[in-house]
Design a protein around this ligand. Structure first.
Ligand SMILES: Nc1ncnc2c1ncn2[C@@H]1O[C@H](COP(=O)(O)OP(=O)(O)OP(=O)(O)O)[C@@H](O)[C@H]1O
Length: 354
């Protein structure tokens, strides 16, 4: 099943012109500079922008030349930057607002579990006006999910929250990104949210989609805007096991086994690790008598100058996942590295994302 969309929005100072197709599953991050049109695109998908275009969710047409399904008839959940709850209603009434209006057949029968999962059971009778930012956002997510949506639109749901509230909501979003059966579009400015949550990335600039990539492809672009202001990093997807008595955490992926340090309170299961390009060194053969335990066979895919005397290499690991490595131009010459070179990626540190 796919999502096919094209929208043309004309404003005085701004034009949105997009045309894309992607799988109707998983989390698609919309990423790009402020004002590039991310919110406008979400609004167009929701039917909140009357504009030229078409929008197909699998076999359902919500918009084309003849058809325009109004927002209230689209089965979608929309969570905004700042949760817009009804302040005079209780948490329970806010949660049930859309749910009550659904035909019985569409009402989720796991309402109580969902409320429990969001940690809202004890707050049900509280007025929405007395909630913290994080609690409000959890209610907004719950309200959206309770309407049994076929599409979820999340517009920077963490951006208005302080760090503590972000830490509280992130695991819920991660769980949602793994288990939600509906496609999710997620607007964010934070590369770390893309790394943790997304399966696909629509990179946007000045009202256009410049790239429609899988997460791996988006991270693999040496010029990716994801890292314009931050250190380049890569992601490996795999499974984390329980920590060993000596404190090591085994992480297995199709690239091989990595040993991580630290504990993993979430327990065994699917996980992602983040690897900074500056934490990766290269060797032409496995190195013994060295403190770096993580050594994965790799092939050089590209070599791109990054700064004076510094180059960024894209490495393909066995199984196809990619990570970056940042080396001095001098080392690249010394090791005679070129596109296609076989080598070993020595990974000094890898951080568990979830
Ligand atoms: N109601 C409106 N009327 C006129 N122009 C608007 C309106 N809403 C947004 N714009 C303009 O449309 C452009 C795209 O705005 P949009 O909010 O979609 O960008 P964005 O990528 O979501 O930005 P941000 O990351 O800052 O939230 C901007 O230039 C903005 O000033």
């Amino acid at each position: 099943m796919t999502i096919k969309a094209a929208f043309h929005v004309q404003r005085k100072q701004f034009q949105l012109d997009v045309d894309f197709e992607l799988p109707a599953r998983g989390v698609t991050a919309l990423f790009g500079p402020s004002g590039c049109g991310k919110t406008t695109l979400l609004r167009a998908m929701a039917g909140l922008e009357r504009c030229r275009g078409r929008f197909w969710l699998g076999q359902q047409c919500w918009q084309d030349e003849q058809i325009f399904v109004p927002t209230y008839k689209r089965r979608l959940g929309y969570v905004f930057q700042e949760a817009s709850l009804f302040p005079h209603l209780s948490v329970q009434k806010n949660l049930e607002y859309g749910w009550r209006r659904l035909p019985a057949a569409l009402q989720r029968d796991d309402k109580e579990q969902l409320i429990e999962w969001l940690g809202l059971t004890a707050l049900l009778q509280q007025g929405a006006a007395q909630l913290s930012g994080g609690q409000r956002q959890r209610v907004a997510i719950g309200r959206a999910l309770l309407t049994s949506p076929e599409l979820l639109l999340l517009d920077e749901p963490l951006s208005a929250l302080d760090n503590r509230a972000k830490q509280e909501i992130m695991p819920l979003l991660e769980h949602l990104s793994e288990h939600a059966k509906v496609p999710i579009f997620y607007v964010t400015h934070a590369p770390v949210e893309v790394e943790r949550l997304a399966n696909r990335v629509l990179l946007m600039d000045q009202g256009r989609i410049t790239h429609n990539d899988s997460l791996q492809q988006a991270l693999a672009r040496p010029d990716t805007p994801l890292y314009r202001y931050e250190e380049v990093a890569g992601i490996i997807e795999g499974r984390i096991a329980d920590s060993l008595p000596d404190g090591r955490l085994p992480f297995d992926s199709d690239a091989g086994r990595l040993w991580l340090a630290g504990n993993n309170p979430a327990g065994a299961g699917p996980a992602r690790v983040r690897i900074l390009a500056s934490d990766v060194s290269l060797a032409l053969a496995p190195v013994h008598n060295i403190s770096i335990v993580n050594q994965l066979p790799a092939t050089v895919l590209s070599i791109t100058p990054a700064a004076a005397g510094i180059v960024l290499l894209r490495l393909k690991l066995s199984g196809g996942q990619q990570i970056p490595a940042q080396l001095s131009a001098y080392s690249v010459t010394q090791l005679n590295l070129a596109v296609g070179s076989e080598c070993y990626a020595l990974i000094k540190a890898a951080a568990l994302l979830h």
